[in-house]
Design a protein around this ligand. Structure first.
Ligand code: ZN
Length: 314
């Protein structure tokens, strides 16, 4: 895949979506574009730039269509990802020219009803509708379609989520026609042993090529440990957010998503190429800080600086 050419791990930046939707302030479109420009200049290859949900639900992301169009025009090679809650959102995403559509589906049906106000059966119908929409597009114009299983490692409403339920959902999403399945630790419940176990179980069921990405949160400080566990079982894409933007609503002082700067630093230190340069990544962080004055940003590497003699992976 061209996206992985010359790199070992794809760091997928989700700050403009996951980060911005978690704060009350609305970042003006021009500032979003400048921030995304700076991220792309640092070598970030995939960015989730927004979500096609009704503006009244998430005013922070109301400009997603405009952002997708502007970013595709400015960075044709950048893989522009968006969240789509349903077929209507997918239609808008396709019209705007997004490269990747991700439909979130919660492993916990309680969470699904509360968050997306849909049962699993209703979401499967949306998935089938989206697959129909995509099938009608000509080759080369068809965005990638991922079904993302959220609360895969545990749920704030239901507690433990059985592995078998996640595996069954992954099988169902592939059977319906998703290109890929992703696992999300929405609530920051995952531990490394669990990551290895659940990734292996899903790979056994649908094949390693259909599940290459993890969306991890750092709510309880295990985000990077969980990344290492994922690497050990063949995961090659990790979502993260610059500055851990948005923080974590349940744990003051903790980042929500894992911090992009720390993730890139760890991977490069381990000899794994990300294609991302840390110096311009810190420039992008400044864009973000300037656009949202006073908003807490997280990260150990940004605070401590690079170790003496640090060398990026070659
Ligand atoms: Zn998230």
């Amino acid at each position: 895949m061209r996206l992985m050419e010359g790199i070992d791990v794809l760091v997928s930046e989700v700050g403009p979506r996951d980060g911005l939707q978690s704060i009350d302030r609305v970042m003006p479109t021009a500032a979003k574009l400048a921030w995304i420009d700076a991220l792309a200049a640092a070598g970030v290859r995939e960015i989730e730039v927004g979500s096609f949900v009704p503006a009244r639900l998430l005013p922070q992301l109301a400009d997603t269509g405009e952002v997708v169009r502007a970013i595709k025009a400015r960075h044709p090679a950048l893989h522009v990802a968006v969240l789509v809650p349903n077929a209507k959102g997918a239609e808008a995403a396709i019209a705007a020219g997004a490269d990747k559509l991700t439909l979130p589906l919660s492993a916990s049906e309680t969470h699904s009803l509360k968050n997306l106000r849909r049962t699993h059966a209703q979401l499967f119908e949306e998935v089938a509708r989206i697959v129909d929409l995509l099938s009608a597009l000509p080759d080369g114009k068809r965005p990638q379609f991922e079904g993302a299983i959220s609360t895969a490692f545990g749920c704030t409403l239901e507690g433990e989520v059985p592995d078998a339920r996640v595996v069954a959902l992954a099988e169902k999403l592939v059977a319906l026609g998703c290109d890929e399945v992703g696992l999300s630790d929405t609530s920051g419940y995952a531990n490394p042993a669990q990551v290895r176990r659940l990734v292996r179980a899903v790979h056994d069921a649908i094949g390693p090529g259909r599940m290459t990405g993890l969306h991890l949160h750092n709510t309880r400080g295990l985000g990077l440990a969980n990344v290492v566990a994922g690497l050990e079982v063949g995961i090659t894409t990790f979502d993260s957010s610059q500055g851990g933007l948005g923080g974590c609503p349940f744990a003051p002082g903790a980042s929500g998503n894992i911090v992009t700067e720390d993730l890139v630093f760890m991977l490069e230190s381990m000899g794994l190429r990300t294609g991302i340069d840390l110096a311009p990544l810190m420039v992008a962080r400044r864009f973000l800080a300037d656009a949202l004055p006073g908003e807490p940003l997280y990260g150990f590497m940004p605070d401590a600086g690079l170790p003496l003699g640090f060398r990026a992976a070659a």
